[in-house]
Design a protein around this ligand. Structure first.
Ligand SMILES: O=C(CO)[C@H](O)[C@H](O)COP(=O)(O)O
Ligand SMILES: [Fe+2]
Length: 241
């Protein structure tokens, strides 16, 4: 029996402030065995699944789309699906992803022509709204939208590939967001694992995507526990100030 919350429940902020949540990215897992890999990580304690969609245009790589998500949903009925949409014209896939069983739709601010319309569109489709920032995008590009979205994703690698090195200098964006928006769900993604979780935690991130570090770990349950403990400590420190 998986320990995950129902996918009908919100992933992050349930009214009493942000919670520490670990979402494995299955990008570098055995994609031919996606359901088994997903269930293995969920059974090891994952709070949600981070699913990377790449279109070969917004990023120089291709992964999966809504037909695969629809099949995965049948095999992984209860998990929260956090869609990281590294695609141009993200408005095209909102309804197909909602129909496929996605719970949260995170689009890149750099790819969205009309951010306000995207936010409305995702909400009307019944999903939580996330907005993502590439490393070169300044954090103040998203601040006008923060009150309307559920989550901001701060990329800690250049999007496109798993297994890259964590960019510690992105923590300034995370810290700025946490200091100014204490209830916001803030996700970090790219090169994150137990070795650098304290930097993410100290900056105030609460939704932690970890791909290669978890997929290749001999003890993913322990790795997730280590990261959750660090993030909980980080969030507690922000509550005291
Ligand atoms: O969005 C991504 C890449 O664009 C992935 O989610 C991210 O890279 C996770 O994998 P890893 O932890 O191996 O970096
Ligand atoms: Fe991602």
């Amino acid at each position: 029996m998986s320990s995950v919350m129902s996918h009908k429940m919100a992933a992050g902020n349930c009214g009493d402030g942000p919670r520490a949540l670990i979402g494995p990215s299955i990008l570098n897992a055995d994609l031919a065995d996606l359901a088994a890999e997903s269930n293995r990580l969920l059974d090891a304690g994952a709070d949600y699944l981070h699913l990377d969609v790449m279109d070969g245009h917004f990023v120089p790589n291709l992964t999966i789309g809504h037909p695969v998500i629809k099949c995965l949903r049948r095999r992984v009925p209860a998990a929260f699906f956090d869609m990281h949409m590294m695609v141009e014209r993200p408005e095209r896939w909102v309804q197909p992803m909602a129909d496929a069983g996605a719970d949260q739709y995170t689009f890149h601010v750099e790819a969205a022509g009309d951010v306000a319309a995207m936010v409305r569109h995702v909400r009307e489709a019944g999903m939580r709204v996330g907005v993502a920032l590439k490393p070169g995008t300044a954090v103040d590009v998203v601040t006008p939208w923060v009150d309307r979205v559920d989550m901001v994703l701060v990329m800690t690698v250049e999007p496109g590939f798993g297994g890259q090195s964590f960019m510690a200098d992105m923590m300034a964006k995370v810290r700025y967001l946490r200091e100014n928006f204490k209830d916001l769900d803030i996700e970090v993604d790219g090169g994150v694992g137990p070795v650098n979780i304290d930097a993410c935690a100290d900056a105030g991130a609460n939704m932690i995507v970890s791909g290669t570090a978890l997929v290749t770990s001999s003890d993913p349950a322990q790795a997730m526990m280590t990261m959750r403990t660090s993030v909980t400590r980080g969030l507690d420190a922000f509550k005291k100030v």
